[in-house]
Design a protein. Sequence first.
Length: 247
Amino acid sequence: MTNMTMKMKWFSICLLAVCCLVIPVAAAESGDMPSITVSGTGSITTAPDEVIISAGVQTTHTDPVTAQQENAQKTSAVISALKGLGIASEDIKTSGYSMYSRTPDDDSIFAGKKEVYVVSNTVTVTSGDVSRAGEIIDTAVMSGANNVNSVRFTISDEKAQSLRAQALIAAVAQARGDADTLAGALGVTIIGVQDVTTYGSSTPMNYAADTMSFGGMESAKAYAPTPIEAGTLDVTATVNIVYGIQN
């Protein structure tokens, strides 16, 4: 056996012996180390930078084709008017369409008829200028929409990601503050972080209006400009941190 072979053999034996000694010790230290667990929540208040408006046209007639055609014409006029505001086609989408028959109400202009057909077409408009919410609603109604289903204020994905990062920093700071307080009260010292868990988040949203119905374009002309206030939103983040401690 050469000197080089013997050296390699002894090196392998020594390395194996060291591993056998170190790994159990490390496992024992990790598993048996005393710890404290704390949670922290961070919150960042911001103004929304996106508004989502759902508006639609509903038509009723004893003839299904007439009800459908009237709806198609009015909805096309609404979409055209919204595009006239400079809203891009990709920011206007059909979010609902339905057609059904029912017995007319006694106070309906179709009272006494066996059945009428109701057609509804709803479009959702997204705008990055929240100050135009009232203008968008007014334009939709003036051009033929007779339902405004919802007005929602939210924040874009880019802004949400940036603010969540800030909220996480605040959450960690709160957790560490609580951990320091607990450690001081217990007379122990924090020596490191054993585990960190964050929780999923959803994009915050303000609902500025419930469902509204109007009599159509003629009655809408009497309305003053619609005031819509965006308000503020809170972006929050929560963390759960396990700190290792020693006496």
